[in-house]
Design a protein around this ligand. Sequence first.
Ligand code: SF4
Length: 102
Amino acid sequence: MGNIVFWTLIRLAVLIPVMWYLLETIRYRYWIIWIFIALYIFVIHPAVIAYKKFAEKSKPVLENTLCSTCKHFDESAVLCMLYDKHVSEDEIPCGGSAWEPD
Ligand code: SF4
C-alpha cells in the first residue's frame, strides 16, 4: 500500500511542473479540463489499477490465514504489526505462537 502512495506522489510531483510548463508556454484554452484529464490519466487511473492488483493479491491472505483474525494484523498493509513483517499465505512471521484474537 505504501508503494502505491509513494508512486502516486512521485507521478503527481512530476505532473505538476510539466502541466505548469505546458500551460504557461502553449496557453491552452480550457486548461482546467486538461489538468483533470492529465490527473486522471497519469495519477488517478494508475493508482486505482495498482490498488486493485494489491487487493487481488491480498485477498487470499485476508481470507485464509491465521493472521487475518489476529489483533496484531493490519489489513490495509497486510502486515503483522508485532513483527513488522508482511504476511503471506506461505509465511506467518510468528508461526502462530503470538496470535491473539481480534
Ligand atoms: S502475531 Fe502472529 S498471528 Fe498475529 S499477525 Fe503477527 S504473525 Fe500473524
